[in-house]
Design a binder for this molecule. Sequence first.
Ligand SMILES: N[C@@H](CCC(=O)N[C@@H](CS)C(=O)NCC(=O)O)C(=O)O
Length: 215
Amino acid sequence: MITLWHCFSARSFRPLWALEALGLDYELKMLPFPPRVLRREYLQVNPLGTIPAFFDGELRMTESAAITQYLADRHGPGTLGVARDEAAYGAYLNWLHFGEATLTFPQTLVLRYRRLEPPERRVTQAADDYAKWFLARVRAVLPALENGFVCAGRFTAADISVGYAFMLANQVGLGDDLPDTAKRYWAGLQEQPSFGKAMTAQTQAAEAQGLPAAM
Ligand SMILES: N[C@@H](CCC(=O)N[C@@H](CS)C(=O)NCC(=O)O)C(=O)O
């Protein structure tokens, strides 16, 4: 049995999107954000207090890109995953991890120092610098986005990883600053049926579990 602990449209959206793309059965446990503060007992599930937390039988994972890769490898090689003997395998791994390590992390600093901290603790300089840092890093992936998918000529887990970074950019207020190629790519990804299913799944789970269906 697969269980995913999730906050609405947070990084745990990556594994949620992958679960829907693969048509797997899973239990979705919703949390208020940040669970570390608003759901103290969650620390017993994940002492880091972060989401995602993912369980597949005895297996426990807490990194969104790694869980997405795991699901694709286990359940979707040649479809959501890219197999080792495919030419795009290296590019696939690169973009899958680029989505989190290079494109998502700087945005969390923007979010924190522009919005989440109380006004007296906000740091405009840090937020502005990391917004620029993010937009500069986006340039590296633009040539790969021209054909609608980041690699392999089809929708893969790497698109889920990079796509989530653009979803977050819109939530953080950086969406308008994205280059047109990135905007077009992200608009195309949202047409994937699995994206709509993941959005519906988190909305229904939030409503059923008494949480707001919004970030
Ligand atoms: N690199 C990890 C980061 C996990 C992470 O920091 N998640 C954020 C949400 S997007 C979180 O839980 N923040 C709450 C907190 O730090 O208390 C991943 O990709 O899953």
